[in-house]
Design a protein around this ligand. Structure first.
Ligand code: PLP
Length: 384
């Protein structure tokens, strides 16, 4: 067989997906595993979104859309940012992509030269470093600590910025830590970026999953250098529909769309139509989010209390649906510790390795409260 590219040989598959696959394999062998690995709501999307998808099918909206997204969806995204975040965008500052993941991919490709650096917080979402590296860039992590609630220290961020830094990445609420940055921290980070003339990529996918504190959009402080990354996956439980959106400076968004037009020709037409309903039918969507948020919060409370009681310590996360817990009492190597949990307690959590979180693992509570209780019971029995 002819050779593969060096670039692809260096690229690792997503470890979240890999561990999830492993749990699914055990299940196929008849072993009952509680999977706390997925970054995916366990709820079905709200009925009005299904209705809009059925309507799109009936109307035969089955053709290519403009590569940057349908005008209706881009307008709905602008209305969302104005209504919920006080941000003012025109539709030509918005791009719709195949998930927030593709918005980020396009963005890194659009701004990074080989050797350029992107500063991010560790623990980090597993996808950022590979996407940065695929664009020829270098991910520069700034460590955040559980005892600080995984909030970054501005001096440490400043120290990580150098002559090659091009991007400062913010992700609040954070995957995997659940940290919600207070307004003054978001402002401080954006001001640092402005001082060093950096792009700010603000990944706000978990905006609507906040249990304490308030959400602060980074673009409020420097819209001229900020790309807001958002999408339908988390808040509206539309993961498989693959709709994400980015909003920011026209030149950047146009460049991202040039790439997208050559790579995918744009996002799925039916899913775009359905997402308009999720964004525009405000009251129905809000009711859905209130119900799901309440359920997540209850699960979080149970999980955080249980893990801390057993010495798998974690600060209380205020957003998203993840808990980053310390597994060093099980094994100093997080991969080994997660493997023991999987094989002995039959609970799957993702080891911290690819989150740049040694000694820790991520537990997702996007699973039923019964599963959370059962997982805790199993871990407790295993530890005993
Ligand atoms: N950003 C963060 C922090 C995420 O956790 C995810 C999904 O796990 C995404 C972006 C992208 O999600 P999607 O591509 O489904 O929109």
């Amino acid at each position: 067989m002819p050779d593969l590219s060096q670039r692809i040989k260096r690229l690792k598959a997503s470890s979240t997906i890999a561990f999830n696959t492993r749990a699914a394999e055990l299940r196929r062998q008849g072993i009952d595993v509680i999977a706390m690995t997925a970054g995916e709501p366990d709820f079905q999307p709200p009925e009005h979104v299904f209705e809009a998808a059925r309507d799109a099918l009936k109307r035969g909206l089955t053709k290519y859309t403009p590569s940057e997204g349908t005008p209706e969806l881009r307008e709905a995204v602008c209305a969302k940012f104005a209504r919920e975040n006080g941000l003012s965008y025109e539709p030509d500052q918005v791009i719709v992509s195949t998930g927030g993941k593709q918005v980020l991919y396009n963005a890194f490709q659009a701004v990074l030269e080989p050797g350029d650096e992107a500063v991010l917080m560790a623990p980090t979402w597993v996808t950022y470093p590979p996407q940065i590296e695929l664009a020829g860039g270098v991910a520069v992590p700034v460590r955040t600590r559980p005892e600080d609630g995984f909030l970054p220290d501005l001096d440490a961020v400043a120290a990580a910025i150098g002559p090659k830094t091009k991007v400062l990445l913010i992700n609040s609420p954070s995957n995997p830590t659940g940290a919600v940055y207070p307004p003054e921290l978001v402002q401080g980070l954006v001001e640092l970026a402005a001082e060093h003339d950096l792009w700010v990529f603000s990944d706000e996918l978990y905006e609507h999953l906040i249990y304490e504190g308030t959400f602060t959009p980074a673009a409020r402080f420097a819209p001229e250098r900020t790309l807001t990354v958002h999408g339908a996956s988390k808040a509206y439980a539309l993961t498989g529909w693959r709709i994400g959106y980015g909003a920011g400076p026209r030149e950047l968004v146009t460049a991202m769309n040039r790439l997208q037009s050559q790579v995918t020709s744009g996002a799925n037409a039916l899913a775009q139509h359905a997402t308009v309903a999720a964004l525009n039918e405000v009251e129905k969507t809000r009711a859905f989010m209130d119900t799901t948020r309440k359920a997540y919060r209850e699960r979080r409370d149970a999980l955080v209390e249980g893990l801390n009681r057993m010495g798998l310590t974690t600060p209380e996360p205020h957003g998203a649906f993840y808990v980053m817990a310390d597994l060093t009492t099980i094994d100093p190597d997080e991969g080994e510790a997660a493997l023991k949990l999987l094989e002995k307690a039959r609970v799957a959590a993702v080891p911290g390795t690819d989150f740049l979180a040694p000694g820790q693992a991520r537990f997702s509570y996007a699973t039923s409260l019964d599963n959370v209780h059962e997982a805790l019971k199993r871990i407790e029995a295993f530890l005993a």
